[in-house]
Design a protein around this ligand. Structure first.
Ligand SMILES: Nc1ncnc2c1ncn2[C@@H]1O[C@H](COP(=O)(O)OP(=O)(O)O)[C@@H](O)[C@H]1O
Ligand SMILES: [Mg+2]
Length: 254
């Protein structure tokens, strides 16, 4: 099987991109898939969420995007034998500014990823913007996984992302596909959450995962222990939901 690359993208912050990236990557690894999580957000939350101290890092995605280092040289082992991390720090924001002038600026990540061998899955944790980094992620990917927070403004702004995907499909990446829409932070007790869930399903017919992610404190606690929720509290509701969604991802890739 060739490598499956999935961008976890939504230009809004705080919707569960990083939480979804880390936890789906973990369950893919646990399912026996050799998985690389690329932290592609200058905030570096996926990096710290896997217990890596950003102060100690010598080589990061910054070096890769500048073209100074091949991706394989920055990859770190992680909390599961099949799970690997390409870390990021705030310097990645500067690299993005430099990149905006460079030749081949849209395909830097694609080229970096193509130089890798032997991964079954690569997940890209995107920044909360439709920036050059995000576009690099979309061009490097086979699929987009779109987390949507179950709140009143959930769908606002998504048109812009879908439009960007359309443009990328017409040009640099014709086979880019939406693998699924993942409602996050669902609150089973409120009717608003239920209504928003219905609205998301109407907006994305056939695309919404059957296992929405509930609001669950264990998901918010796990990163401070440097662990995916599946290692922090594997029987929590959040862990079970991410395990189930990962199975859906595997089924959809087929
Ligand atoms: N299902 C959830 N239940 C409770 N807290 C969550 C859940 N998903 C994410 N969080 C918390 O919400 C915040 C934003 O999530 P995060 O994954 O960092 O979003 P993004 O990467 O889109 O900015 C984080 O503090 C995270 O721990
Ligand atoms: Mg994030």
């Amino acid at each position: 099987m060739s490598t499956v690359v999935i961008s976890v993208t939504n230009q809004k912050g705080g919707v569960g991109k990083t939480t979804s990236s880390v936890n789906i990557a973990y369950y893919l690894a646990k399912a026996g898939k050799k998985t690389l999580l690329i932290d592609f957000d200058p905030q570096g939350n996926a990096t710290s969420g896997l217990g890596i101290d950003k102060q100690t890092l010598r080589k990061t995605m910054t070096d890769v995007i500048k073209g100074d280092t091949p991706l394989k040289n920055i990859i770190l082992p992680s909390v599961h034998k099949n799970l690997f991390l390409a870390p990021a720090t705030p310097h990645l924001a500067n690299a993005e500014v430099e990149l905006s002038q460079a030749q081949g600026r849209f395909t830097r990540l694609k080229q970096a990823v193509e130089g890798l061998e032997s991964y079954d899955y690569i997940l890209i944790d995107s920044p909360p913007s439709l920036s050059l980094l995000t576009v690099n992620g979309l061009i490097a990917s086979n699929y987009v996984l779109l987390p949507v927070q179950a709140e009143f403004y959930a769908l606002e702004g998504l048109g812009q992302l879908l439009e960007t995907m359309k443009i990328i499909r017409k040009g640099m990446n014709p086979t880019l596909e939406l693998i699924g829409v993942l409602p996050t932070m669902m609150d089973g007790r409120t009717t608003l959450s239920g209504q928003v869930h219905e609205e998301i399903k109407k907006y994305f017919p056939g695309k919404v995962f059957d296992n929405p992610i509930p609001r669950n404190i264990r998901l918010a606690e796990a990163p401070s222990h440097g662990l995916p929720v599946g290692m922090y509290d594997r029987f929590s509701k959040g862990a079970r939901a991410y395990k189930a969604v990962t199975k859906e991802v595997l089924d959809r890739v087929g």
